[in-house]
Design a protein around this ligand. Structure first.
Ligand code: AMP
Length: 125
């Protein structure tokens, strides 16, 4: 079944400037901004500018250029925030939710970048 993209989702509105956000990073195909409800000291959302619903949609439909830009951008954000080891930090966790079982709330592909303090064990309760 093809992926349906709802362009009324919150991140699409942020990308169009209809809802405010404070980007911490921007490249040609990617934007990063703080999560409105941070779960750790550092909690940044990294999203592609293109209309992709979730990780698997992004990998299937985005161009190679978009995908490379996105994954390099995640690493750049981690470095810029000082959480990556290359920036002298203590590391970070990436999370992406895809679909109903994952409880994905916003149907625009995004990666949560969590760090700045220990993020705890990876648990599924
Ligand atoms: P997910 O459950 O993976 O879809 O996560 C969606 C995330 O978007 C949640 O962590 C929310 O706190 C976050 N969020 C929702 N609205 C906004 C907003 N306007 N600006 C920044 N983050 C948001």
């Amino acid at each position: 079944m093809p992926y349906a993209y709802d362009d009324q989702n919150i991140f699409a509105k942020i990308l169009r400037g209809e809802i405010p956000s404070t980007p911490v990073f921007e490249s040609e195909h990617t934007v990063a901004f703080p999560d409105i409800s941070p779960q750790k000291k550092t909690h940044i959302l990294v999203i592609p500018k293109g209309p992709y619903r979730c990780y698997d949609h992004f990998v299937q439909a985005a161009t190679a250029e978009e995908q490379l830009d996105f994954f390099k951008s995640v690493a750049k954000v981690a470095e810029q925030l000082g959480v990556s080891e290359s920036a002298g930090g203590e590391g970070f966790r990436l999370i992406t939710n895809s679909g109903a079982h994952s409880l994905q709330e916003v149907p625009h592909f995004h990666v949560h970048l969590l760090g700045g303090e220990p993020v705890g064990p990876l648990t599924c309760k």
